[in-house]
Design a protein around this ligand. Structure first.
Ligand code: GLA
Ligand code: ZN
Length: 657
């Protein structure tokens, strides 16, 4: 297993390099990520390359048994590039260009920028292909920004639309330009639909798709070069978890595996739901294990910094990711920089370069990871539940949330949190995935649903699956136009319901309902459908008079499966705990363990065996009653019955039997 840190030798005197490499070696580190923003170091002027600094750094690292992942350095253009080719800097909406001196500020349609990006990639690939301790590549850094609004990008957007739609008639139909007299007669008339609160929602969705396509193409040009020239190396990119600016499935498709940047230390210590969901989203991009390419190593921030990871927290964050399928662990960053915008983004070492508490905790974690590595090789999280995660729905709801604060991630989070608390794993999958291997599929806020996808969900249920969807399901088609059917549209018979009316529930106007045998009262805030149960069973009851004939939740057996619909957004977590409990029972899915608050349990399994990860997210001791017995691999002790964990404590049990 690779474990290490993001390292910037160009920030330190050469005399320091052997000290750093020695400390890394002592900590059990065997990998660094290098050269991420070092374009100007490697190409001090156009066309003349100089790799001497990295050659020497690599040889110092090599002497200490440390491998390296090289980065294409295109996230920061050199000053000479910006001044020689001003059009390389992206244009903002007001027509001015970005001022050089930050990062992620290039126009992806600038021929000179693209030519120079390919050239530096080629030069690096050629130079580092056979360096013994170079093992792989990271493309660029955290793709996403910026969205350029220059004339070239506009022409490219128009050309992309022409390619997609073929004719203006079909574009006009897809965008519904009969509204507000927005009919387009020439491709060149199409503007950037930059105001997502006011421009045509169909055009806005296409612009998001276009931007994503442009970035994926940019990466693809680099990947082609690296594949050809460095066949021995892997290629990855550092993704940003729940970031929604790009279609991450597309961005991942050209890579060997996904890596991601995980910074879960903000505010007071709490349960890291987002880091858990982020990890599952990352694992779902390629349906395989991933790496952490950057992970919180200390207080973080650009102007002000946040809290310090508490003793044990650096370690427990790592185990959470390991439990979700991480196969490589890299901390950001090795040592806190004394210069530049990230002086307060703390590394494992402080400004003083001393190996103190955070270093020691990372070193302890590294040695444990090496101990676990042979056990975990080839193991994966095996889930019986899939959650559909769809960028079209994410984007459509960013453009028009429907009701205030609505988003796909929030909607998923309501159910995901309940799964997490019950100790049940889920895979996050794109629409169109073969769902037949899953016993339960959740499709929260699945908003953009083309007819073919609706048909496949119907098929899934009829052949024995359990499906749950909820508010605003299938309101839109693939063009971001509303379907012309009574909701839930094509799947009305599948769910056995009709939704003739619906509303936001905001401004303090809450409704109340009961759900479950206990008859407990819950609060509806945000949104409600007025669901008429036709053939479906009504699973709860509204207390409010005018809603009393409608069903908050419905359940409908159809074919060999069951389709559930939840038409309310409820404030209390307990409602989702109860609903998810009923779904798990329906699907015959057993939790991995019965868990106290704040403790997470996940199973990784493979031919070598089954491994139960238990992670305490809170700074207080907890005890868990084990569903199995086995060997706790960090202590080499046999465990059965109760196991106690210190605050931020972890356990990895090799399950027997
Ligand atoms: C991101 C980047 C890093 C660094 C950190 C801290 O994750 O990838 O280069 O800038 O944020 O700001
Ligand atoms: Zn541009």
């Amino acid at each position: 297993m690779y474990v290490g840190a993001d390292y910037y030798p160009e920030h330190w005197n050469r005399e320091r390099w052997p000290i750093d490499a020695g400390l890394m070696k002592k900590a059990g580190f065997n990998v660094v990520r290098l050269a991420e923003f070092a374009w100007v170091n490697m190409e001090p002027q156009e066309g003349s390359y100089d790799f001497e600094l990295f050659d020497e750094a690599l040889s110092v690292l090599h002497a200490n048994g440390i491998s390296a992942i090289m980065c294409t350095p295109t996230a920061v253009m050199p000053a000479w590039l910006a001044s020689k080719y001003p059009e390389a800097l992206a244009m903002k909406g007001d027509g001015t260009r970005h001022v050089w001196g930050v990062r992620k500020d290039n126009c992806y349609c600038c021929d000179d920028y693209n030519r120079l990006s390919e050239a530096v990639t080629r030069a690096m690939a050629e130079h580092f292909a056979d360096v013994p301790n170079v093992i792989g590549w990271q493309t660029d850094n955290e793709f996403g920004a910026p969205t350029c609004m220059c004339d070239k990008c506009l022409a490219q957007f128009q050309a992309w639309l022409k390619d997609k739609y073929g004719s203006l008639d079909s574009l006009n139909a897809a965008w519904g330009t009969h509204f507000w007299g927005h009919r387009i007669k020439e491709w060149s008339e199409i503007p950037f639909p930059a105001d997502s609160n006011a421009h045509n929602p169909s055009a806005c969705l296409d612009w998001k798709r276009f931007h994503s396509w442009l970035v994926v193409e940019f990466q693809r040009d680099q990947v082609k070069i690296l594949r050809r020239m460095c066949p021995k190396h892997f290629i990855t990119h550092n993704f940003m978890g729940l970031f929604s600016g790009l279609d991450y499935y597309d961005l991942a498709s050209d890579l060997d595996f996904v890596s991601w940047d995980n910074y879960p230390v903000w505010g007071k210590p709490g349960i890291r739901y987002d880091a858990s969901l982020g990890a599952d989203v990352m694992r779902g991009l390629k349906g395989k294990n991933f790496w952490i390419m950057e992970q919180t190593a200390g207080p973080s921030g650009w102007g002000t910094f946040g809290r310090n990871p508490r003793p044990g927290e650096i370690r427990s964050i790592t185990y959470q990711q390991l439990a979700h399928g991480s196969d490589g662990q890299v901390w950001f960053r090795w040592r806190t920089c004394t210069a530049g915008r990230e002086q307060y983004w703390h590394g494992l070492l402080g400004h003083d370069g001393e190996p103190l508490r955070r270093y020691r905790e990372a070193a302890q974690t590294a040695s444990e990871l090496h101990k676990l590595a042979p056990h975990l090789a080839g193991t994966k999280v095996r889930a019986e539940i899939a959650i559909i995660y769809d960028y079209d729905s994410i984007w459509s709801l960013e453009i028009q949330p429907g009701y205030p604060e609505n988003s796909v991630v929030k909607a998923i989070g309501r159910y995901y949190g309940a799964l997490f608390r019950s100790g049940v794993a889920a895979d996050i999958v794109p629409p169109g995935t073969d769902l037949s291997k899953y016993r339960l599929v959740l499709a929260p806020a699945f908003h953009v649903v083309p007819d073919a996808v609706a048909d496949s969900l119907d098929e899934y249920v009829k052949s024995g699956g359990i499906l749950l969807t909820d508010c605003r399901f299938a309101v839109k088609d693939e063009n971001n136009l509303c379907h012309e059917r009574t909701l839930p549209g094509k799947l009305s018979d599948t769910f056995g319901i009709r939704i003739e009316e619906y509303e936001s529930v905001d401004g303090g106007a809450a409704y109340h309902l009961s759900y479950g045998a206990e008859g407990k009262e819950f609060t509806v805030e945000g949104y409600t459908d007025w669901v008429t149960a036709m053939d479906a069973e009504s699973m709860g009851k509204f207390y409010d008079g005018h809603l009393s004939s409608f069903a908050p939740v419905t359940r409908h057996g159809v074919g060999k499966g069951v389709a559930w619909y939840c038409g309310v957004v409820v404030t209390e977590e307990e409602f989702y705990d109860n609903l998810v409990r009923d779904l798990l029972r329906e699907a015959g899915i057993e939790p991995v363990a019965d868990l106290p608050n704040g403790v997470e349990a996940t199973m990784r399994e493979g031919e070598v065996g089954r491994f139960l990860f238990i992670v305490n997210h809170l700074d207080m001791a907890a005890s868990v009653s084990l569903p199995c017995q086995g060997t706790e691999l960090l202590t080499d002790k046999h465990v059965a019955g109760e196991i106690s964990l210190a605050g931020f404590g972890v356990a990895v049990v090799r399950v027997e039997g």
